[in-house]
Ligand binder design. Structure first.
Ligand code: KG4
Ligand code: ZN
Length: 335
């Protein structure tokens, strides 16, 4: 069965055609990064307008690249949340409209679950239960994957998502948006021990994450305790700040995943979302744990339609078609 997957939860308009939940026949991603750069973050109204302009051309391109037509498709899958409400409405309604007019079954897919599934695709024969770690610009969570579609939430963030913290610190360091990859790049030449930054500790659930204090640590290191004194940073200082921040944030992710492994007995981790691109994270998992960690192939780490189409397939086999009255959800509980 060929599944058409549509993604429009945030600032990527994406569409893919995937056979039997595995084989990617085409995957087209139109990123809005350049449009949002002046705002150092995603400007929701602009994101919606750009999705409207891009969606039909992106869907057409996915068919062209796979040399397929709509008659070849057996199922439509669209991300139904979590994400920006206006952005979600566009992709989800397009998916439902195509399913209705082409007389095809439809499924609504959880975008965060799809990030995990993208990592699971890198493992030919996965064994469950396993741990799932989603680390992106909008989400940070740690789950026990009992089955595809059945999860136990172990931890989430109390404030910023880890990618968001990378992006905000990168802005303080005057790096281009989105800052995660740029911060990783300059951190390579930095001294990780120069600043002792501390990620947050959440008493009521020690596995939970909190990155806003860490971000403030960096702000104070640059502008003093009152956050007011402006000064120019040397390249060396920027590198050291980046390296020290990155080390603290990533060690927190690795340490809490290790603790979750001790609690659950799971030794395998599926790790997805944009921050899973970070090579220092991969090194730290190897240096500090004996966990086996699977990451998505590079084009599937950030937002894409292929992960939506891929997860749509097992979801459809398990649940059958979803009704066309599904509405977008800005938040979806993960249990
Ligand atoms: O998964 P994604 O496309 O977006 C959401 O679903 O939110 O991830 C984008 C996030 C951005 O915050 C970006 O800065 C971060 O992933 N990111 C990185 C790296 N590559 C992307 N963060 C740290 N190191 C990287 N190499
Ligand atoms: Zn995402």
């Amino acid at each position: 069965m060929i599944v058409l997957g549509i993604e429009s939860t945030c600032d990527e308009t994406a569409c893919a055609l995937v056979r039997d939940g595995k084989e990617i026949l085409s995957s087209v991603i139109r990123s809005q990064i350049e449009d949002h750069k002046p705002f150092h973050g995603v400007y929701p109204e602009l994101a919606c307008r750009k999705h409207i302009d891009a969606l039909i051309p992106v869907i057409k391109q996915a068919f062209q690249e796979a040399s397929l037509s709509f008659q070849d498709v057996g199922l439509i899958a669209a991300a139904e949340g979590p994400g920006l409400i206006g952005a979600l409405l566009i992709g989800l309604n397009a998916g439902k409209a195509l399913a209705y007019s082409w007389n095809l079954p439809f499924v609504g897919v959880n975008h965060v679950e799809a990030h995990l599934y993208a990592a699971m695709l890198s493992c030919p024969n996965w064994e469950l239960p396993a741990l799932g770690l989603v680390i992106s610009g909008g989400h940070t969570l740690l789950v026990k994957i009992e089955q595809v579609g059945r999860y136990k939430l172990l931890a989430t963030t109390r404030d910023d998502a880890v990618g968001e913290a990378f992006d905000k610190v990168a802005t303080l360091l005057e790096l281009p948006y989105p800052g995660g990859p740029h911060l990783e790049k300059i951190a390579k030449q930095g001294d990780r021990k120069r600043y002792s930054f501390k990620p947050g500790f959440v008493k009521s659930n020690p596995l939970d994450f909190s990155f806003s204090g860490l971000k403030t640590n960096v702000l104070y290191a640059i502008r003093g305790q009152d956050g007011q004194s402006g000064r120019d940073l040397s390249l060396e200082e920027k590198r050291d700040l980046a390296a020290s921040f990155q080390e603290a944030a990533l060690l927190d992710l690795v340490g809490k995943t290790e603790k979750a492994s001790l609690q659950t007995g799971c030794k395998t981790v599926f790790c997805g979302g944009g921050v899973s691109n970070n090579l220092r994270l991969r090194e730290l998992f190897l240096e500090h744990t004996d966990l086996t960690v699977y990451y998505p192939e590079p084009r599937l780490t950030t937002d894409n339609g292929a992960m939506i189409a891929a997860l749509g397939y097992p979801l459809y086999r398990k649940e059958g078609p979803h009704l066309l009255n599904r509405t977008p959800k800005t938040r979806i509980p993960f249990d």
